[in-house]
Design a protein. Structure first.
Length: 315
């Protein structure tokens, strides 16, 4: 019998997650999703129009983002951090100039104000304590440093979740957790503000991939290092009947006219700045020097002079 103050079971099995990434690195990681997200992160950096000298790539994976960062004008140092040593080993796809650090997103081994820019592609959705991870990221940024991350959102792999829930209910009379819970867009925006970032922005994109069948999707997820690492996951092997029914349900519910299936990845993009005195500050209420009505070219009506409702005359 456990005591009432026993430590709660963590959301993720950190060891399993690291082993999944190690396996992906060892077998040659599938990185089409990381490559696509790298392009979108680079586009956002181009829009910022700033140069950054010291850069952290948190969750370096197969190195797509580190390579893009190393090639950017003004970048003098890139630190590639990943929990899997396989992605950091000599001969991996990281640029040779990048410094390599084994680190978990929930425990960053860097000094305060070490980086001008911290980026992360598809790593932070594995942080059980996302608010704590964001606070650490803000801490390691220099004043007016930029944080930019992409993580999987709550609508990711909704098709896969549906197919397995329905298959397990039909075959086994109950369902087990197979897709990790992830943050919603509204939650992510609030967490940035809670972590102390200035000018926080959160937006979302959806990337849709197609596969011959569910088995091909599962192989790709394994090769990305994105398979189930929930502490509450079922440890027994997947039953053959359950898998066969999931394959059939997926094809029936989410099949395309050409016989392939679709898989949706919701990507949340988070942007925030480490606070600095040079940043714009919101005006105090009542301190505006121009009227909104003038800017819009409309007539201002005070709250006490509202027009009477239709059908009723004023006094």
């Amino acid at each position: 019998m456990k005591s009432e103050d026993a430590e709660a079971t963590p959301l993720f099995d950190r060891r399993a997650w690291r082993l999944h990434r190690e396996r992906a690195a060892r077998r040659g990681a599938v990185d089409f999703l990381h490559g696509e997200i790298t392009e979108r992160i680079v586009d956002r950096l181009d829009d910022v129009g700033r140069r950054f000298r010291a850069v952290l790539d948190l969750g370096a994976h197969s190195g797509a983002l580190s390579r893009a960062l190393t090639a950017r004008p003004g970048v003098e140092r890139v630190v590639a951090a990943d929990p899997a040593l396989g992605f950091l080993r000599p001969g991996a796809a990281l640029p040779s100039a990048a410094l390599r650090v084994a680190a978990d997103p929930e425990l960053l081994p860097f000094r305060t104000a070490s980086f001008d820019l911290a980026v992360s592609a598809l790593a932070l959705h594995w942080a059980a304590d996302l608010p704590g991870a964001l606070i650490q990221l803000r801490r390691i940024l220099k004043p007016d440093g930029l944080f930019l991350a992409a993580l999987l959102g709550g609508a990711t792999l909704g098709e896969l979740r549906t197919a397995f829930i329905e298959a397990e209910l039909a075959e086994e009379g109950g369902a087990s957790p197979r897709v990790s819970p992830t943050a919603s867009l509204a939650d992510a925006a609030a967490l940035l503000q809670r972590a102390g970032f200035a000018m926080p922005v959160a937006d979302a994109d959806t990337i849709t991939a197609t596969y011959p069948d569910l088995l091909a999707l599962m192989r790709d997820l394994r090769a990305m290092g994105e398979t189930n690492a929930l502490s509450a996951r079922r440890r027994s092997p997947l039953r053959r009947g359950t898998l066969a029914r999931a394959v059939a349900i997926y094809g029936e519910r989410f099949g395309l006219p050409d016989g392939r299936i679709r898989a949706s990845f919701e990507i949340l993009f988070l942007t925030g700045w480490a606070p600095d005195a040079s940043q714009p500050k919101p005006l105090r209420p009542g301190s505006a020097t121009h009227r909104l009505a003038d800017a819009l070219g409309t007539v201002e009506i005070s709250a006490g002079d509202r027009a009477a409702p239709p059908g009723k005359g004023g006094r």
